[in-house]
Design a protein. Structure first.
Length: 196
C-alpha cells in the first residue's frame, strides 16, 4: 500500500491533461460580439498586469523567506528552503493558470447566458473554475509526490527527512494566501468601479 504513494505525481500529470482539455474546450466557445471581445481583452490585460505586479512583489517575499529558512532553520535548512521555493513557484503557476482560464471563461459565460440560457452559462462558468481547482490539486500532487519520491530515494527511506515537505506546504500556502488577499482587493475594487 505504501508504494502507491510513488504514483501520486502521475495523478498530477493526469490532472494537467484534464486541465488542457477543459482549457481548450473553453477557448473554442464563442466569445460573443466584437464589443464583448474588446471588453474581455481589456479585462484580461488588466488581470495579467495585476498578476505580473503581484509576481514581482511576491518574489521579494519568497527570496526573504528562502534566506531566513536557509540561515535559521535546522537541521534541514537548505532542503527546506528549496522545498519552500518549489511550493511557492507551484502556487504562482496555479494562480497564472487560474487567471488565464477565468479571463477566457468570463466573456464566454456571459455570451452563453445571452444566447443559450442558464444551463450553458453554468457549464461554462463551472469549467472555468474547475481549471483553477484542478490546477491546485494537480500541482500539489505533482510537487509533493516528486519531493516525497526524491526524499525517500536520496535518504534511503529515513522518515525523519519528510519534515522537508513542510517547506513545500509553507511555500504553497503562504503564496496562495497573499494571492487570495491581493486578488480579493483587486476584484473588490473592480466591483466598486462597476457599481459606480
Amino acid at each position: 500500500m505504501q508504494n502507491l504513494v510513488y504514483y501520486t505525481p502521475w495523478l498530477g500529470v493526469l490532472g494537467f491533461v484534464i486541465i488542457a482539455v477543459l482549457y481548450a474546450s473553453i477557448k473554442k466557445q464563442d466569445a460573443g460580439t466584437e464589443k464583448m471581445k474588446a471588453i474581455a481583452a481589456q479585462i484580461r490585460e488588466g488581470a495579467m498586469a495585476y498578476m505580473r505586479r503581484q509576481f514581482i512583489n511576491l518574489s521579494v517575499f519568497i527570496v526573504i523567506v528562502f534566506i531566513l529558512l536557509f540561515l535559521f532553520l535546522k537541521p534541514y535548512n537548505l532542503q527546506s528552503a528549496i522545498a519552500f521555493l518549489l511550493g511557492s513557484v507551484t502556487s504562482l503557476v496555479c494562480g497564472f493558470i487560474g487567471m488565464s482560464a477565468s479571463t477566457l471563461a468570463n466573456v464566454r459565460t456571459a455570451n452563453a447566458a445571452n444566447k443559450s440560457g442558464m444551463s450553458k452559462a453554468l457549464s461554462m462558468a463551472f469549467n472555468g473554475g474547475a481549471v483553477m481547482g484542478l490546477a491546485v490539486a494537480s500541482m500539489g500532487l505533482l510537487g509533493f509526490g516528486i519531493l516525497f519520491w526524491f526524499i525517500m530515494t536520496k535518504y534511503a527511506g529515513n522518515m525523519e527527512y519528510l519534515a522537508i515537505l513542510n517547506g513545500f506546504a509553507m511555500g504553497a500556502s503562504s503564496v496562495a494566501l497573499f494571492m487570495r488577499v491581493g486578488g480579493g482587493i483587486y476584484t473588490k475594487s473592480a466591483d466598486v468601479g462597476a457599481d459606480l
